[in-house]
Design a protein around this ligand. Structure first.
Ligand code: MLC
Ligand code: AMP
Length: 509
């Protein structure tokens, strides 16, 4: 008997009776069948239960990408836990916040970082620290039982939590988005249907697995379809091109496509075995979409989502994939454009706030009921903070953001978080962080800084300090020094002026 509310049930139902089917192939030639995958997931679940995990407890993990970490994710779900993946680029001081806020029962990290992180986890009230390295060794692996007879996933209701994912905030404080079993099940099913995923598909998996894109979209859709994947530890253009001969689908952020287009080996012949190229997490330039079609003869399918809502819209599988648009609402998902202040729905072609309602929309921010309330309309629509417009054929275009957010290579950077840290640096009077066009990452992070009069502080000095405190992808690639920041009469920094002034500044690294 399976529990039909349970994400675990949906992830394994397509492979029941097909234990031998290939689930994943690694670059070193190792393979894993569905039977092996779920047996390992059950062992993980049993090990987590043995160290005391109760249903509803959180398992946080900061791990290099490996198939074993996917097994830990599935094991957590089967044991009724709540999985919290954390970016491997986070520094200890960033992790301190997440652990103290989420208060996971178990924290799993790399054996190499464990000596530094164990004390920090204990201080945050974590009960147990386990380790897992990308080569599949560590105390978690030692704790796995040799077999798990008659394991049954712990029953969960639709509304029970399956995952926490942190998303940064305009205030600089990250918020834990609470995702339920139904959020993840409904979205995986909608995507599987829209993208025609079936058991014959082979996905090139080159995304990180600590975000909704690589973990839920890529992994859940593959599992729900009983398909398989070529599992890469990280993005690499030439490896992806060489894998296309035995794959059918690629999911990537726009930077993937920008970089693949730079390769002389990209051609109609290389992509011929592939049936689908999907892009999301950041705007795909219409120019990149067109260039891809011109070079390969294939059309990228762009979709739109966010941590709080999973996927919202997708260009059609059959039908026109319109460059510069993110397509139509997914089945069961409602999208509307409103006037941000009044909440009044706007007409076709008008630009306004993008709002979403449906089974895909999260339950709220962890321990932030007020913040959660602010982001929802009374009728249940979630205010995304994106600005968009819907055309007569129901294609949505994202034209900007009302939230002060930079998306660099698919990673979100909230300027306020960086400004708080910059303003704290000795010799810095004030700062403004902005996103400017970047040829590789789409947007690049740039800081404009006013120094105090009596300091010898400089760009390298500031960069060295930031290195200790924040993940590399968040660090400003360039820092500009000015005498004062442009402000309006209310004293608010005019970031539009700064973005305009610096839009052509080449970012070196
Ligand atoms: C790496 N660096 C970045 C960066 N990625 N800097 C800014 N933005 C990024 N995205 C830094 C590195 O730390 C390094 O810094 C330098 O840039 C060069 O790194 P690289 O070797 O070129 O980077 P690479 O490893 O190739 O990574 C680039 C990338 C990666 C695009 C492949 O960023 C990536 O996988 N992005 C995908 C992110 C993602 O999955 N987002 C989904 C979010 S979910 P230094 O200082 O060490 O030289 C979501 C919802 C939705 O948004 O809709 O899906
Ligand atoms: P995150 O908070 O990391 O989940 O990022 C979500 C944000 O990424 C959305 O609110 C959008 O601003 C942006 N985003 C995702 N997909 C697209 C897309 N296809 N086009 C434009 N922006 C996108």
């Amino acid at each position: 008997m399976y529990d039909t509310n349970h994400l675990g049930h949906h992830l394994r139902s397509a492979s029941v009776g097909r234990d031998e089917t290939l689930y994943a192939e690694m670059l070193d030639g190792r393979t894993l069948s569905y039977g092996e995958m779920f047996s390992a997931a059950e062992k993980n679940a049993a090990a987590l239960q043995k160290v005391g995990l109760s249903p509803g407890d959180c398992v946080a993990a900061q791990l290099e990408k490996s198939i074993e970490s996917i097994q830990l994710y599935l094991g957590t779900i089967l044991a009724g836990g709540v999985f919290l993946p954390l970016n491997t680029a986070y520094t200890p001081s960033e992790l301190e916040y997440f652990l103290a806020d989420a208060k996971p029962f178990i924290f799993v990290c790399d054996p190499e970082t464990a000596p530094t992180l164990e004390g920090l986890a204990a201080q945050a009230g974590v009960s147990k620290v386990l380790t897992l390295s990308s080569d599949g060794t560590g105390t978690l692996m030692e704790a796995l039982p040799t077999h798990t007879e008659n394991f049954k996933e712990v029953a969960r209701a639709k509304d029970d939590l399956a995952a926490f994912l942190y998303t940064s905030g305009t205030t600089g404080r990250s918020k834990g988005a609470m995702l339920t079993h139904d959020n993840l099940v409904s979205n995986a099913q909608a995507l599987q249907q829209c993208w025609h995923f079936d058991r014959h598909d082979v996905l090139i998996h080159a995304l990180p697995i600590f975000h909704i894109h690589g973990l839920f979209v890529a992994t859940n859709v593959t599992l729900c379809a009983g398909a398989s994947m070529l599992f890469m530890p990280r993005f690499n253009s030439e490896t992806i091109l060489s894998l296309m001969s035995k794959a059918t689908v690629l999911m990537g952020v726009p930077t993937f496509y920008v970089r693949l287009l730079e390769s002389p080996n990209l051609s109609p012949k290389t992509v011929a075995p592939m049936r689908l190229f999907i892009s999301g997490s950041a705007p795909l330039l219409a120019e990149t979409h067109k260039q891809w079609s011109a070079v390969t003869g294939a059309e990228i399918l762009e979709r739109y989502g966010m941590t709080e809502t999973n996927m919202n819209t997708s260009n059609p599988y059959e039908g026109e994939r319109r460059a510069g648009t993110v397509g139509m609402p997914l089945p069961g998902v409602e999208v509307r454009i409103t006037d941000a202040d009044s909440g009044q729905q706007l007409g076709q072609g008008e630009i306004g706030s993008v709002e979403i309602r449906g089974p895909n929309v999260f339950k709220g921010y962890w321990q932030m009921p007020e913040k959660t309330k602010q982001e929802f309309r009374e009728d249940g629509f979630f205010i995304t903070g994106d600005l968009g417009t819907m055309d007569g054929d129901n294609y949505l275009s994202i034209v900007g953001r009302s939230k002060d957010l930079i998306i660099s290579g698919g990673y979100n950077v909230y300027p306020k978080e960086i400004e708080i840290i910059l303003d704290d640096v000795e010799g810095v009077y004030e700062s403004a962080v902005i996103g400017v066009p970047h040829p590789d990452f789409g947007e690049g992070v740039l800081a404009v800084v006013v120094l105090t009069g009596d300091t010898s502080q400089n760009e390298n000095g500031i960069k060295n300090i930031l290195q200790q405190k924040i993940a590399a992808f968040k660090r400003p690639k360039n820092i500009f020094f000015v005498d004062e920041l442009p402000r309006n009469t209310m004293g608010k920094v005019l970031k539009n002026i700064l973005r305009d002034r610096h839009k052509d500044n080449f970012i070196k690294s």
